[in-house]
Design a binder for this molecule. Structure first.
Ligand code: GLU
Length: 521
């Protein structure tokens, strides 16, 4: 019943989003559905991963969390490389196509599960190797697809087109529809009928996305093609051109990820080192190679990227400390029935599916009247709502003697989701607008790298909530209260600085890309 209700809400959200999209280029429909299937496979598989590790391969929890952490970090590190390669020569469309193929192979590879490991036995190393290899294919696949598909969304619009934030908000609804259906369908199949069915469903979903992307290529009207085909096809090594060398090199990278994903410590080091390298490279390029206004826009983009780290660092308590709080301290009885804690994790995606399209409509409505808040102001609003969400929960918990009424969990998720909608899709949109065409994939990849960093920060905050007070009492509400007030303080500073930051975006001199041609209507 509950599942049917969720699916029903998701379909309503889909209908509203499709209706809103009628005023947008046709290409948005294609990218919406392709990304929906990609996220279907990603979140469907992710929902099963830790369960699969602990129940099928009998990993202990620490090892399972370690592998999970390494995997989700690597998945958000690789889009920088995919974005960079697309900028330099491959083009975003070919990158998405190649990423999609790797993802289909990876998800289908996950469906090879071997025998259930018996208690006291260890998993068959060959089966484990296939499993790690499948994860490595997914890591490389997301690297090619995730940033570049968002870049193509941006290419459908002129830089000065006021529909851009709305477009990304609708695209974001597609992401969350995929996540809702992925968890319900692939996750549900895997847990109920057997892991391979869940993973297989994820693979089939991605295959559908890939087929759509191929069939509907003409609708993209040449957006995201390589900027210099002759350069791409130039044979430079052993009779192989740059395109094929990229595909072959990716094979070697997959072998590297195959090993790396087993070592959380190395991946964390890689995140820090690689992050510093990427930011250093962006600064170096913008200071030495860009003219003043382009450089300022990149600085604004870097500022937004740093807010992304902060935002996900706080927001991602959802899967960790907030889940345990919901389990231990919330009265989860609704209409006489106790709701399982894990179900609350789907609330965020459902809110986005329902609220995304109305918000996209609101941005468009305000935009037409010249009243739309600037990007830095939307970011300030996002951090404010994030902080307020925590404070509302702390307030609702009272003195912590009684169970917290469940309405406050719905409220914190609501505020965090409206915050997310003010930041995450708006940030994607900003990357495509602020970066010069030759750097847009790189900046988009860096945006996701910041998400990886945010996730690591969130683990540190979650650990802080686990510390007990002098009398053995839980400190989680104290941490939430601090975090809430800090976030509100920071958001006020951000709001004050917003007009200055907006100036750095030089919106008045933003030029449409000549090589992109006319807007695709
Ligand atoms: N839910 C979003 C997605 O999967 C979050 C991405 C992010 O962390 O930036 O695309």
């Amino acid at each position: 019943m509950f599942y049917l209700m969720l699916a029903g809400i998701a379909f309503i959200g889909l209908a509203i989003a499709l209706f809103q999209m009628r005023t947008h280029p046709k290409g948005l429909y294609v990218l919406f559905f392709v990304e929906m299937w990609e996220r279907f496979s990603y979140y469907g598989m992710r929902a099963l991963l830790v369960l699969y590790l602990t129940k099928h391969f009998l990993f202990d929890r620490t090892d399972a969390y370690g592998l999970y952490g390494a995997y989700i970090t690597l998945v958000y590190i690789t889009p920088v490389i995919g974005g960079f390669i697309a900028d330099k020569y491959l083009g975003a469309r070919k990158a998405v196509l190649f990423g999609g193929i790797l993802l289909v192979l990876g998800h289908l590879g996950m469906a090879f599960e071997g025998e259930q490991v018996a208690v006291g036995q260890v998993a068959d190393p060959d089966v484990l190797n296939v499993f790690y290899f499948s994860l490595a294919l997914i890591i490389a696949g997301v690297g090619f697809l995730k940033a570049n598909i968002s870049t193509i969304v941006g290419m459908l619009y002129e830089k000065t087109d006021i529909r851009r934030d709305s477009a990304f908000t609708l695209f974001y609804v597609g992401i969350n529809l995929g996540s809702t259906f992925g968890v319900l369908l692939a996750g549900g199949l895997g847990e109920t009928y057997g892991w391979k069915y869940g993973f297989g469903a994820a693979g089939v979903g991605m295959l559908l996305g890939l087929v759509m992307f191929v069939i509907f290529k003409p609708v993209l009207q040449g957006k995201g093609e390589p900027k210099d085909l002759a350069y791409l096809k130039e044979k430079i090594f052993l009779g192989l051109d740059r395109e094929w060398l990229t595909y072959i090199a990716t094979g070697f990278a997959v072998l590297l990820f195959w090993q790396l994903v087993r070592s959380q410590g190395t991946v964390n080091l890689l995140l820090v080192g690689f992050g510093a390298l990427v930011v250093g490279y962006i600064l170096y390029t913008s200071v030495l190679k860009l003219e003043a206004q382009e450089r300022n826009r990149i600085f604004v983009a870097l500022f937004l990227i740093s807010v992304n780290v902060l935002f996900w660092g706080l927001f991602e308590q959802t899967g960790s400390s907030l889940t345990l709080y919901t389990e231990d301290s919330v009265d989860r009885v609704i209409f006489g029935q106790e709701i399982k804690t894990s179900i609350f994790q789907s609330i965020n995606a459902i809110y986005i599916v329902l609220l995304g399209a109305p918000l996209a409509g609101m941005w468009a409505w305000l935009g037409r009247r010249g009243l739309e808040p600037s990007t830095p102001m939307k970011f300030a609003l996002a951090v404010f709502q994030l902080g307020l969400g925590f404070l509302v929960l702390v307030w609702g918990a009272g003195n912590g003697q009684n169970l917290t009424p469940v309405i406050f969990i719905f409220l914190i998720y609501l505020l965090h989701t409206t915050g997310e909608l003010c930041m995450s899709p708006v940030g994607l949109s900003a990357m495509t607008r602020l970066a010069p065409t030759k750097m847009v994939g790189l900046m988009m990849g860096t945006w996701f790298l910041a998400s990886a960093a945010g996730n690591s920060v969130s683990a540190i905050i979650a650990q802080a909530t686990a510390v007990v007070g002098p009398n053995g009492e839980s400190m989680v509400l104290d941490v939430y209260s601090k975090v809430g007030w800090y976030a509100i303080g920071i958001s006020v500073l951000m709001a004050l600085a917003a007009p200055i930051i907006k100036k750095g975006m030089h919106l008045d001199t933003l030029e449409n890309d000549v090589e992109e041609g006319t807007p695709a209507e």
